[in-house]
Design a protein around this ligand. Structure first.
Ligand code: SIN
Ligand code: FE2
Length: 216
């Protein structure tokens, strides 16, 4: 264990700015990736990954589950946060400490102190899976940042502007990278390009993304 406070159990390869209050912390989650993945396995044992249907009637290619007091979900009636997993009828699994701590520390490293997420959306991507350009705007608290952790196969993240038709930067995200965006960058459009099959040594042909928010 080091003595550098914030970076006690993390190490960084550098920070890539994506905007005034948006960045990628390269490799930030890599030292704790094993702990995160075992915690995600526990979560998925309680609330399994599922393919949600959008209000437009389209089945999402990304498989999702949640942990924390609130979980993001979608069906023909719309997008929303719920305290109960509609599949199990039970509360979403609690947010494991390893996840909460990583999200807090990554936010602080990106300049957002005291981030206390109450929702963690877990996205699972297979080869060919993509996530269309969207804004994260279903959260009540838009003052808190979004903290987004990449594990497993690499992906190309699209990071756009405040309007859907603004130009998008193509940002490669690798195992252990953490993207953080907040303040004036909080509502920027973003998405993920169709994943190439580039198997990861521990996760194989999968990518897991954790997206932490203050939703309630
Ligand atoms: C998301 O926008 O919810 C996920 C982004 C990602 O998978 O990197
Ligand atoms: Fe998003």
């Amino acid at each position: 264990m080091g003595t550098l406070g914030l970076f006690d159990d993390t190490e960084m390869d550098g920070v890539q700015a994506l905007g005034p209050r948006a960045c990628v912390l390269r490799g930030f989650a890599r030292p704790v990736a094993g702990d995160l993945l075992s915690a995600i396995d526990e979560v998925a044992r309680i609330s399994a990954f599922r393919h949600l249907v959008t209000p437009g009637g389209y089945t999402m290619s990304v498989a999702m589950t949640n942990c924390g007091a609130l979980g993001w979900t979608s069906d023909s009636r719309g997008y929303r946060y719920t305290a109960i997993d509609p599949e199990t009828g039970e509360p979403w699994p609690a947010m494991p400490d390893a996840l909460r701590r990583l999200a807090h520390d990554a936010a602080a490293a990106a300049g957002f102190e005291r981030f206390e997420p109450d929702a963690c959306l877990v996205n699972r991507y297979a080869p060919g899976t993509k996530l269309s350009l969207h804004q994260d705007k279903d959260e009540r608290d838009l003052d808190a940042p979004i903290v987004s952790v990449s594990l497993g196969m690499p992906a190309v993240f699209l990071f756009g502007g405040l309007r859907r038709d603004d130009a998008t930067a193509k940002v490669p995200l690798f195992h252990g990278d953490v993207a953080v965006w907040g303040a004036e960058d909080r509502l920027r459009y973003h998405g993920v390009m169709p994943l190439k099959d580039q198997p990861h040594p521990t996760l194989g042909s999968q990518r897991i993304n954790l997206t932490f928010r203050k939703a309630g």
